[in-house]
Design a protein around this ligand. Structure first.
Ligand code: TK8
Length: 338
């Protein structure tokens, strides 16, 4: 009793005692966190980790309602809701953010990263942070990058072995000019569609194919409507966790801290979970009857050459400075690793 009183007196004396101040600074809040994939996906699992962490770190005061399968809208619709302040948080592809923050297009560069670990370093590094922070000028706050993963091609028509096989293939791409141009250059009939419309578009043969990481092909059950899988790893795709700036600006420092810490914990979990699942997903897709071919190094080189002009387009979009900064960071990283 005596000891407790002493502590109390000491903390009162300390004036702005951190703990007392923090507890008072955390209010009861309900946070809607939207995402596009289903609950049983790497995205869904990590959204749950984020929700649990926020609840734990806020002593149960802040509650996250994680809402999947694009029930709150497609990536682009949710971004608008965040900017307008009608929704608090979301996670989605950086590729769908290019219309808002053009520098995000750097992550769409084909064959930019050689591994997920390399992507982590660059995304969490200087230029990755700079680009993430640019969202603030546009009404969004970027918290952390998650891994979507290396993208691979599926379709219902034929095995795609060489770049000639893309000819005439109706291919859904993300709503993003770099992806549109990349697949046009390869000869495909590229059609931009939100992810939320993709399964139906494949099922009704509005499109023949699409490209996404193994995890998504599996969790979204694309194997039910796609026969052929070509392992191309043509681009590494990040997801990014974002908040509405309008809403974020009204939070206390303690609340922002809770969200940031929870976001970091979800990121670490998500990357590990995604990589573990990706290793098994390919085998699972084969078990589901998909016919898999792996692009040969020669064909990957051909593909690279065909889509090389897209890099110029990206450079223009993001500016030479950002383009070069990422190239330099990558070179330094590879030198260290070699
Ligand atoms: C989910 C999307 C998805 C992306 C796509 O909302 O659209 O193909 O890979 O993960 O962001």
């Amino acid at each position: 009793m005596k000891l407790k009183a002493l502590f109390l007196a000491a903390s009162l004396l300390a004036g702005s005692h951190a703990l007392t101040a923090q507890a008072a600074d955390i209010q009861s809040r309900l946070i809607r966190f939207g995402y596009g994939l289903n609950q049983d996906s790497n995205q869904g699992r990590a959204a749950k980790v984020f929700a649990d962490q926020v609840e734990k770190l806020s002593g149960g005061k802040m509650k996250v309602r994680a809402i999947g399968t694009a029930a709150l809208g497609s990536d682009i619709q949710m971004q608008q809701a965040l900017i307008g302040g009608a929704q608090e948080m979301m996670v989605g592809s950086t590729a769908t953010l290019v219309g808002i923050t053009r520098e995000m297009a750097i992550w769409d560069t084909p064959f930019l990263f050689n591994s997920g670990e390399e992507a982590d370093q660059i995304l969490d590094g200087k230029t990755g942070t700079l680009i993430k922070d640019k969202l603030q000028e546009k009404g969004m706050v970027g918290l952390v990058y998650w891994e979507n993963g290396f993208r691979n091609l599926t379709n219902s028509q034929k095995p795609v072995q060489t770049s000639e096989d893309f000819q005439g293939l109706k291919l859904r791409v993300m709503q993003n000019n770099v992806f549109l141009e990349t697949f046009r250059k390869l000869g495909a009939n590229a059609i931009p569609l939100p992810f939320s419309e993709l399964f139906t578009a494949l099922e009704t043969k509005t499109v023949d194919g699409q490209e996404n990481p193994f995890n998504t092909i599996l969790s979204s059950k694309f194997y039910e409507v796609q026969k052929y899988l070509s392992v191309t790893n043509h681009v590494y795709s990040p997801w990014i966790v974002t908040a509405s700036k309008k809403w974020w600006d009204g939070l206390s420092a303690a609340e922002k801290d809770v969200l940031m810490k929870a976001a970091e914990a979800s990121r670490d979990y998500e990357r590990e979970d995604t990589r573990q699942e990706a290793d098994k997903a390919l085998a699972a897709l084969k078990e589901h009857g998909m016919q898999v071919n792996v692009a040969t190094p020669e064909n990957v080189d051909k593909m690279r050459a065909t889509i090389a002009p897209v890099n110029e387009q990206i450079k223009k979009e993001v500016g030479t400075e950002i383009w070069q900064a990422v190239q330099d960071e990558l070179a330094a990283l590879r030198k260290k690793g070699a």
